[in-house]
Ligand binder design. Structure first.
Ligand code: SAH
Ligand code: SF4
Length: 395
């Protein structure tokens, strides 16, 4: 194994069997679904057809109860209910921001919690989902980075976030009703908690399900995966997922990026740019998004803007640059660049021929903005400890 192989061994797999001994069908690929159906008594000859039917009930109609699967025989439905469940993360709290942004706190197996954010806009609605509880990386400006990784999410928990949001938005189609083409949940961004490319297989399987035409059916161009730069997994993202790519670039010299995005010490700017230049799906219509958080006096000079353009031009990468005003969190070691500075920086990039939108800060009042998410698991753990200490349970 090369010394630069990606760290995926942190994965703690959750057994597919649930405590009651039942298997969750959510998150299984079509092949896996077919396999478990056969293992639990579905005749092999029927398995393909049953897989298709059950798949549609789960992902096209949002059904969670086998009893509602009316095109299956009653006895077969009962048989399914004995072995399987259709389970998604449970919503613990839901907060709605002044601007309509919704933040959900969801509970997953093991008592952990993840945050999911829904951002409505005029012409679309974006769901920002998480791929891990916490993060192994320690980007110095990111709140999630201050929390140690608790575990990788399963494919069920990842696609389950999308299903949960569709429940809340009441967006499952009603059989027989005319098809509504304007979707409340039209886009997915993997920009919540965690580094998606350190949980590659589960993220891939979940996104394949979200794209499946006989289900949630979101186009791959409406899904954006954001990575801090796990170079060996970038080509695989294009091949096996095919979604759009965003890169947390954030600095224009290795010296600064080593501090802001420490994975840079493993794969530096040049290696990252080379991987991006050969991202097979990269074309003008599918540009790579460079995310750039604006930190006062750290990475926001005119020189930085020129260096950024130079990097992108030198490698001939079809790109747009998304400038993100830094969102503060309690104890954060940085300040947001001034609006004037951000505008000047954006202007240099724009003049060089690249789109340079400034990301609108959404849901800040409910701590739902980029980089503000942090699992309540850790907070809960701390407060439980405190409670125990107060109750004299520890000496
Ligand atoms: N781990 C992945 C995806 C999650 S972070 C990644 O790093 O790309 C989603 C985006 O929010 C990233 O670009 C990240 O750098 C940015 N971000 C993190 N903390 C932030 C903060 N406090 N303010 C603004 N953006 C932040
Ligand atoms: Fe992890 Fe992304 Fe935050 Fe870095 S910016 S600590 S990779 S979630």
């Amino acid at each position: 194994m090369s010394p630069k192989a990606p760290i995926t061994q942190d994965v703690m797999t959750i057994p597919r069997k649930l405590p009651e001994g039942k298997i969750n069908l959510v998150g299984l690929t079509r092949d896996q679904l077919r396999e478990v159906l056969i293992e639990h008594g579905t005749p092999e000859k029927q398995a393909k057809m049953r897989t298709g039917q059950i798949w549609q009930w789960i992902y096209q109609w949002g059904v969670r109860d086998f009893a509602e699967m009316t095109n299956l025989a009653k006895a077969y439905r009962a048989q399914l209910a004995e072995s399987f469940v259709i389970e998604i993360p449970e919503v613990v709290t839901r907060q709605v921001s002044e601007d309509g942004t919704r933040k959900y706190l969801c509970r997953i197996a093991g008592g952990h919690e993840v945050e999911v954010v829904y951002i409505p806009e005029e012409d679309r609605g974006t769901l920002c989902i998480s791929s891990q509880v916490g993060c192994t990386l320690t980007c110095s400006f990111c709140h999630t980075g201050t929390q140690k990784l608790v575990r990788n999410l399963t494919a069920a928990e990842i696609v389950g976030q999308v299903m949960m949001a569709r429940d809340d938005l009441e967006e499952w189609p009603v059989p027989g009703a005319p098809k509504d083409e304007t979707r409340l949940l039209s886009n997915i961004v993997l920009m919540g908690m965690g580094e998606p490319l350190y949980n590659f297989e589960n993220v891939r399987d979940a996104m394949k399900i979200a794209m499946d035409p006989e289900g949630i059916s979101l186009s791959r161009r409406r899904i954006t995966l954001s990575t801090s730069g796990v170079v060996p997994e970038i080509a695989r993202t294009a091949e096996e997922i095919g979604c759009l790519l965003a890169i947390s670039f954030h600095a224009t010299t290795d010296e600064t990026r080593d501090v802001l995005v420490p994975i840079n010490k493993r794969w530096n700017i040049e290696e990252l740019l080379q991987a991006l230049a050969s991202y097979p799906k990269a074309s003008n219509s599918e540009r790579i998004t460079f995310e750039y958080v604006m930190l006062d006096g750290v990475n926001d000079s005119d020189k930085d803007a020129h260096r950024l353009i130079d990097h992108i031009k030198r490698h001939n990468i079809p790109a747009k640059i998304n400038l993100i005003p830094f969102n503060e969190w309690p104890g954060a070691p940085y300040k947001r660049s001034s609006n004037n500075r951000i505008r000047a920086f954006a202007n240099i990039i724009y003049q060089a021929g690249y789109a340079s939108p400034i990301r609108k800060t959404r849901g800040e009042d409910i701590m739902a903005a980029c980089g503000q998410l942090k699992s309540a698991t850790e907070r809960a753990r701390k407060s439980r400890k405190q409670i125990e200490a107060e109750a004299g349970l520890h000496d």
